[in-house]
Design a protein around this ligand. Structure first.
Ligand code: AMP
Length: 452
């Protein structure tokens, strides 16, 4: 296996690497570093926790060490979707730069604008920040990008998810064309990602290190069938009481469910529970993170939106109380467990109405989930009796029954009769095929995000 020395890195960086107790490059590091040093733009798909920060930080630092320094202006920008990640990234970059004179600063929202402007004026070579706030500084004339040599877009998929695509493109457009741009993402992403890639990268080398399937290496993925929400609550309580874990995260699709479940768990679990939902204040997110970190809380109940960007170490149990609405949401939820070789368990509670979604996600991941039964709480529902080759249910029994009942009663205008009319329409019959996942997104009707 090649060591860091063989990658052609500067001696000062090798010292930094040693000080960070990094001995051998991870896969993403040995693939990306030589390509970046050779001057190529990069599009990298690699799982969270694979060592990707050093994969871009080391060639970035090398570039700054070897290339002549302009008199003023930012030389490298690292864009991150959230504040927490930005400050983690900066800490790691600064640690690797420990034996150089290169300085970096964090520029994220929620902090005093003027204080930040003063820090930018001191000319740190690297700025690590969230796109919105960096753009504000650009527009206010505090940020000069004319000498930008390297632009890193980290967690590009989450960035797009959070609606920062436009800001990222504007920052890229304000920097020189001959810069190096390296884009990292945990998932391949959808059409928005393709648009971003086309807009900001120049003939990139594509390094798809982890397929969606491999992202979950080391995480046991289980499915437990459930009859209804009350049954799911009992299953969640059972799992939290009987599984061995340091920290657990329970995902619901709506904030109402998150609150309800939080109440139930607080009343019964021995553990300490925190509920996080909605686009809640940063303060509350920070409080949740702090409490998880120092052990005041060991169970976090959250919706997808609320959990975005949270980086919880030691998380080894994820429960999907509701099945996530897309394959990529699933990847984000369970990708929080098992960082850098750690082990984890992800359990999805699946009711009859979620079966096909679960089967589609399984297919998207190209993986078989492990089916598990908790005997004292065994569901009446054990999956559809008849399954298609792709695992999804054949037809919809309940609709047929409704149609029969409606036809028998001959009552027009009832819900059942309306349902019968609808399903009798041959165009509608063709619909279930549209439940396939496209680019990781189930085309099932999504509930509006505002519900989270
Ligand atoms: P990242 O994916 O960049 O968030 O890295 C995950 C964790 O792995 C961080 O705590 C790094 O310090 C650590 N790490 C990164 N590269 C290596 C390496 N080559 N050897 C050991 N640990 C590493």
């Amino acid at each position: 296996m090649t060591g860091f020395a063989e990658l052609g890195l500067h001696e000062r960086l090798l010292k930094g690497i040693e000080a960070c107790s990094m001995e051998t490059p991870t896969e993403v590091q040995s693939e990306a570093i030589p390509q970046a040093l050779a001057g190529h733009d990069l599009r990298v798909t690699a799982r969270t926790g694979s060592g990707k920060t050093a994969a871009f930080a080391l060639p970035l630092l090398q570039h700054l060490l070897l290339e002549p320094k302009p008199l003023a202006g930012t030389r490298a920008l690292i864009l991150s979707p959230t504040r927490e990640l930005a400050s983690q990234l900066q800490k790691q970059v600064q640690a690797l730069a420990g034996f150089t004179f290169i300085q970096s600063e964090v520029v994220t929202g929620g902090e005093d604008f003027k204080v930040q402007a003063a820090r930018i004026r001191k000319n740190p070579e690297i700025l690590v920040g969230t796109p919105g706030r960096l753009l504000e500084h650009l527009e206010a004339g505090n940020l000069a990008l004319a000498d930008l040599a390297v632009l890193v877009i980290d967690e590009a998929d989450r960035m797009l998810d959070l609606g920062f695509g436009e800001d990222v493109s504007r920052l890229a457009a304000a920097s020189p064309e001959q810069r190096h741009t390296w884009l990292f993402s945990a998932t391949p992403g959808d059409a928005n990602m393709e648009r971003l890639v086309r807009g900001v990268l120049r003939e990139p080398r594509v390094l798809a290190l982890h397929t969606v399937r491999e992202i979950h290496h080391g995480i046991r993925q289980q499915v437990i069938t459930a009859d209804d929400a009350a049954h799911k609550e009992r299953l969640t309580q059972w799992l939290l009481a009987h599984e061995t874990y340091a920290k657990a995260m329970v995902f619901t699709n709506t904030r109402v469910q998150a609150d309800r479940l939080g109440g139930v768990l607080r009343a019964t679990a021995r553990n300490k529970v925190y509920v996080l939902h909605g686009e809640k204040a940063q303060k509350e997110r920070k409080q949740a993170m702090d409490r998880l970190r120092n052990g005041d809380v060991d169970i976090l109940v959250a919706t997808d939106v609320a959990a975005r960007g949270l980086d919880v170490s030691g998380l080894d149990l994820v429960i999907n109380f509701d099945m996530p609405r897309s394959g990529d949401d699933y990847v984000h939820r369970i990708g929080r467990t098992g960082r850098l070789g750690g082990e984890g368990v992800a359990v999805s509670l699946v009711s009859a109405s979620e079966w096909n979604l679960m089967a589609s996600i399984q297919r998207y991941l190209d993986q078989q989930f492990e089916f598990r039964i908790i005997e004292p709480l065994k569901a009446r529902y054990q999956g559809p009796k008849k399954r298609r080759a792709d695992g999804r249910a054949v037809g919809s029994k309940s609709k047929k029954l409704k149609r029969k009942a409606a036809a028998k009663s001959g009552v027009k205008g009832t819900k059942a009769a309306k349902g019968a009319k609808k399903t009798a329409n041959p165009r509608r019959k063709a619909k279930p095929a549209a439940q396939e996942l496209k680019g990781g997104h189930a085309t099932l009707k999504r509930k509006p995000r505002s519900q989270d």
